[in-house]
Design a protein around this ligand. Structure first.
Ligand code: AMP
Ligand code: ZN
Length: 494
């Protein structure tokens, strides 16, 4: 079965077909770097990561573009409040975003165009829209897109034109516009914009881009390298459908006369303990917070993939605990398979796509179910269920000695192929200073007990360490210790 995806544009599940296979151009709306991205933003980025990885695992060659919105109302306001220039304010958040992305093992996009370094492309696009009569200069000196000139407006969000409100991030002074629904392509420079360095010269006046034109211009100029004007896939969170993506379509299609994107995919929101994440509720969580709490990135990935991307996801303590436990079991199963397959820990395993004379039934079944689940509009929860099915079956076969090294090898290959997409193995624990000092002291204490032949005490210490995930190995050169994957290794130990 081939890949089927829900296309917001048609409100239907469609067979995925890129313009020029095996190439897939994929544009995902990136973070607005006015602050740290929160775990809701990262839920969207993880759904996109899953899509990208599944496409790649299916043989497509993906060109992934993610923009960085480093100039808009929020970034300007935040920079001004901090008494900084726009770039001084946004730069640390750009760095933090990349760190958080790497922590969550999200595959880097191929390019990260920034709005502030793509102004020329935006000016060019707006010039085209003015020339073609889709845009006009308002009385306030801003440039607006004329919705009346683009009859297809509203198709993506399926809003009746009468219902269309003035969207967010639109210059709201209606007297300057022909029609209150028109949105700004270019906003005339204000003193605040000048203060933070967010104003550029353009043939139609000094100012700065509207948020929507940023994505249209960056997407079109990045895919120009392939000589095309249509993206295969455009993604974002559901809040982007209107007005952001609706406006991106209007601007891009009015300028190029070609469809802007073939597939529009939107991820649902992440909520926290049943409530929307919001400053007002003081419940905004960032990846930094997860890190501080010692949350394994794999556990967060599993938590996110346990809900279908088109369903709202609730982040709560039980869900996180269940995910941590799941990741621990995956790690254990992986180690067990590696051992039976006869491979030394840490060595390269079987190559993906291994061909074996005999494929255990459970493995064949898993492979089929896993691919089928993801091909079915990225049904990650079902793919995850198939994975745990393999863990259960595999453990049972290993328990009764039915799987030999060759079976384990084949299972390991299938398991790793799945990990190439989901990436859920527990991380090597980061060991902090305090924990290391505690372990070293315990190891020394045990050595001392052994020297005076107090083996009861020595064993008690070994057990105590084991309870914290620390395994000891006595060698002729002394005692070595290592921490098991997934163990909590932070902070003071009583
Ligand atoms: P922003 O930084 O606001 O431009 O948003 C970056 C991405 O995160 C966009 O694709 C948004 O749709 C998405 N997003 C924002 N809030 C949430 C949320 N609570 N849950 C999931 N995705 C979100
Ligand atoms: Zn965008």
């Amino acid at each position: 079965m081939s890949l089927r995806l829900y296309n917001t544009l048609t409100r239907r599940i469609e067979t995925f077909q890129p313009l020029a296979p095996p190439r897939v151009t994929m544009y995902t709306c990136g973070p607005t770097v006015w602050n740290y991205a929160h775990i809701g933003n990262f839920r969207s980025f993880l759904f996109e990561d899953l899509l990208r990885r599944h496409l790649e695992a299916s043989g497509y060659r993906v060109f992934h573009i993610m923009n960085l919105t480093d100039v808009d109302d929020r970034t300007i306001k935040a920079a001004a409040e901090g008494g900084k220039s726009l770039s001084e304010h946004t730069e640390p958040f750009v760095r933090a975003f990349f760190e958080d992305r790497d922590f969550l093992r999200i595959r880097p996009a191929h390019v990260y165009p920034r709005a502030t370094t793509s102004i020329a492309a935006m000016v060019e696009l707006i010039t085209t829209l003015l020339e073609k009569g889709y845009a006009y200069i308002g009385e306030d000196g801003s440039v607006y897109f004329s919705i009346a000139k683009f009859p297809a407006y509203g198709r993506l969000s399926q809003l009746d034109k009468r219902e269309l409100k003035v969207g967010a991030r639109v210059s709201s002074d209606e007297y300057d516009k022909d029609d209150p629904r028109d949105f700004a392509l270019w906003k005339a420079a204000s003193p605040l914009d000048e203060q933070v360095g967010a104003a550029w010269d353009a043939p139609f006046g000094r100012g700065r881009p509207g948020w929507h034109i940023e994505c249209s211009a960056m997407a079109l100029s990045e895919i120009a390298r392939f000589g095309v004007k249509t993206l295969d896939i455009h993604c974002g969170g559901v809040d982007n459908i209107f007005p952001h993506h609706e406006d991106e379509i209007a601007q891009s299609e009015a300028a190029t006369g070609e469809p802007f994107a073939r597939f529009w995919l939107h991820g649902e929101f992440l909520n926290i303990r049943g409530t929307k994440m919001s400053k007002r509720y003081g419940n905004i969580l960032t990846v930094r917070d997860l890190k501080e709490e010692g949350v394994d990135p794999a556990a967060f990935r599993l938590l996110v993939f346990s809900t279908h991307y088109r369903q709202p996801l609730d982040y709560n303590d039980q869900a996180l605990e269940a995910a941590s436990e799941g990741v621990r079991r995956l790690g254990e199963f992986h180690e067990r398979l590696s051992e039976v397959a006869g491979e030394a820990a840490g060595k390269e395993g079987p190559a993906t796509g291994v061909v074996a004379a005999r494929v255990p039934e459970a493995v064949g079944e898993f492979r089929r179910q896993f691919k089928e689940a993801l091909d079915d509009d990225l049904n990650a929860p079902q793919a995850v269920a198939a994975l745990f099915g393999l863990v259960r079956e595999g453990n049972r076969e290993l328990d009764r000695g039915a799987w030999g090294p060759e079976d384990a090898w084949v299972a390991l290959a299938a398991f790793r192929e799945a990990m190439d997409v989901l990436d859920l193995l527990p991380g090597e624990p980061e060991i902090d200073q305090e924990f290391r000092a505690w372990v070293e002291a315990k190891v020394a204490e045990r050595q001392a007990a052994r020297r005076v032949r107090d083996y009861g005490r020595a064993d008690a210490i070994r057990d105590e360490l084991r309870a914290r995930g620390v395994e000891l190995e006595d060698t002729p050169d002394g005692t070595r210790w290592r921490v098991q994957r997934g163990a909590g290794t932070r902070g003071a130990v009583q």
